[in-house]
Design a protein around this ligand. Structure first.
Ligand code: BTN
Length: 237
């Protein structure tokens, strides 16, 4: 039998944001550890947005030690791969939209928020699981897609276990896998940067984190948001 990976998941009923809670608990548990909440009262999304987090979803954050310069990016990209692959084992054809949203049938099912403080990385995963209705416009859940309730604790364990593996792998290896599974390559996008809005075909993202958009090279840290033109993926989120 496959050896069980021991992971610590602190399961609480309510959090403001599990990304906040892990930083509060950092001295009480040995890092890495995870916090899973039944619901969040101030769930945070990217770009300072609110993240709707009612009961029935998986709201979990892992706290990791940042060991290498690229570790934040490693978790950003690696978490999307982890969720995509787990959804695929359930028969759900999940796809990664750049940089790290997980979509099914053009609807968002999972968002990821990685935050860094004092050499620690909070890796927050929001996955719509048992919500019977789309939590926000243009979103979906595992229940909507499969017609069945799924065990959130088991999903949390699986995600946690795979995030621990990401922690052990190096950036280049995780990045290579991410690029193979990224669905945005060769698709038209509009990218907003801090110096303007650019439209073109998303050709590539390089290992040194430059986005190649048509003939333009955009440093990833300048990318503020990405609109996927073909199916207008970002609508409603
Ligand atoms: C996004 O905007 O796509 C990122 C959403 C991330 C949501 C998760 S839910 C668990 C963790 N706690 C938060 O407040 N946010 C992340």
């Amino acid at each position: 039998m496959e050896g069980e990976t021991k992971i610590e998941i602190i399961h609480i009923e309510k959090a403001d944001s599990t990304n906040e809670e892990v930083f509060r608990l950092k001295d009480r548990y040995s890092i890495p550890f995870f916090v899973l909440a039944d619901f969040q009262t101030s769930g945070r999304g990217r770009y300072g947005r609110n993240w709707v987090s009612p009961k029935g979803g998986l709201w979990m954050t892992g706290l990791f030690i940042k060991k290498d310069e690229n570790d934040g990016f490693k978790f950003m990209f690696g978490s999307a791969v982890v969720v995509r692959d787990i959804l695929r084992t359930l028969g759900i054809p999940a796809r990664i939209k750049f940089p790290n949203d997980v979509y099914v049938e053009n609807k968002k099912i999972c968002g990821i928020l990685v935050e860094e403080r004092e050499g620690l990385l909070a890796v927050g995963i929001g996955l719509n699981v048992n919500q019977p209705k789309p939590p926000v416009e243009n979103s979906t859940s595992i229940f909507i897609l499969t017609g069945k309730e799924h065990d959130i604790n088991l999903l949390a364990y699986n995600i946690g276990k795979h995030l621990m593996e990401i922690d052990r792998r190096n950036f280049n290896d995780v990045f290579r896998e991410y690029k193979e599974k990224l669905d945005t390559i060769n698709k038209p996008v509009i990218i907003t940067t801090d110096y303007g809005v650019l439209e073109g075909v998303f050709m590539d993202i390089t290992e040194d984190l430059n986005v190649i958009l048509g003939g333009e090279v955009i440093n990833f840290i300048k990318v503020e948001r990405v609109l996927h033109l073909e199916e207008n993926y970002e609508r409603g989120y």
